[in-house]
Design a protein around this ligand. Structure first.
Ligand SMILES: [Zn+2]
Length: 322
């Protein structure tokens, strides 16, 4: 009975997964060739959007809600959701930029860039696939050794978002010179455990839990901390300010903040699948050629609004498209 249920569930899941893969792979009508120069500019825009979005989420949502990187499970969950949101937003910015550059008439800088980079790359251009890019951003983030919880702000009384290694502390005493040297090396390597700052600062040994709140018999450890965070921690504990105890770090960038233009590899994958199908003579591919000519509704409306805002297009043109 249980075996049959499992078998049925497995076969249903396999059918759904195959349909999902087919949908992603064989929607090649929604791809277009884009100039390398346009793709490069759009990638830069998407690349900037990703960390900016993560920084705004820290300041706008997590700090007011006092959600910090030390909260178990919840911090990883919120961190992964932030990456999905930031990845989706960056992909939307990328695709909008692709369409916008296509719309904008030839400008001298664009003509120059096109002269040097006249080759094209395929780009998948459906806004319906943006959630897929958002989820795929999680994989890229993990491949670049990111930790989901580290996109949340740090609590100054717990190991921070950049805490990787620590050293045992012997009670409330300051760190010895040997420990200080080790902490300085750890600071250069991983950054201040609270804000991630690596350069142009001196590191101090931060007691966690801090001396002012440690309970009798509780074990303390040293984490490398920059002077600025150390002062903020002292001020927050003296004034009992809960707001000061939270440190955001939107400008401390790491390799895992790199955003990858996923619509390009997806379009390449589709072209490859299309070629393979053509070779094998298979007919599983979507044949809906009408879709190829239909502009993406969401992207078109965003692009039109931007063009109207900058007075590059009159309102009449927009209505024609709808
Ligand atoms: Zn710091």
């Amino acid at each position: 009975m249980a075996d049959e249920f499992l078998k049925n569930s497995y076969s249903k899941a396999a059918v759904v997964f195959k349909k999902f893969c087919n949908h992603i792979l064989y929607s090649e009508n929604k791809s277009m060739e884009v100039l390398v120069a346009d793709a490069a500019v759009s990638t830069a825009i998407g690349g900037m959007t990703f960390p900016v979005c993560l920084g705004l989420l820290q300041r706008g949502i997590f700090r007011p809600l006092r959600m910090t990187s030390n909260i178990r499970i919840l911090s990883s969950l919120c961190g992964s959701m932030s990456i999905v949101v930031a990845g989706s937003t960056s992909s939307l910015a990328f695709l909008t930029s692709i369409f916008l550059l296509k719309e904008i008439k030839r400008t001298p800088w664009k003509a120059k860039a096109e002269k040097n980079l006249h080759r094209t790359v395929p780009v998948a251009i459906s806004s319906g696939e943006i959630p897929i890019y958002g989820v795929s951003s999680l994989v890229v983030f993990k491949l670049l050794a990111g930790r989901f919880k580290s996109v949340l702000p740090s609590s100054l009384i717990h190991p921070g978002a950049f805490a990787r290694r620590s050293l045992p502390a012997k009670g409330k005493n300051y760190a010895s010179s040997g420990v200080k040297t080790k902490l300085a090396l750890m600071g250069r390597l991983y950054g201040c455990h609270s804000c991630g700052k690596r350069w142009r600062t001196l590191f101090v040994g931060d007691h966690i839990p801090p001396n002012m709140i440690v309970k009798k018999g509780q074990e303390q450890r040293f984490y490398p901390q920059c002077r600025s965070c150390s002062f903020q921690q002292g001020a927050a504990l003296s004034s009992s300010s809960r707001r000061l105890l939270i440190k955001t770090h939107g400008t401390s960038l790491r390799l895992y903040h790199l955003w990858f233009p996923l619509p390009i590899p997806l379009a390449m994958l589709r072209n490859y699948a299309k070629d393979q199908n053509a070779l094998s003579g298979s007919t599983t591919m979507s044949q809906d050629q009408d879709n190829a000519q239909k502009p993406d509704k969401l992207l078109s409306s965003i692009v039109n609004r931007i063009l109207i805002f900058f007075e590059l297009k009159s309102k009449g043109d927009d209505q024609d498209n709808e």
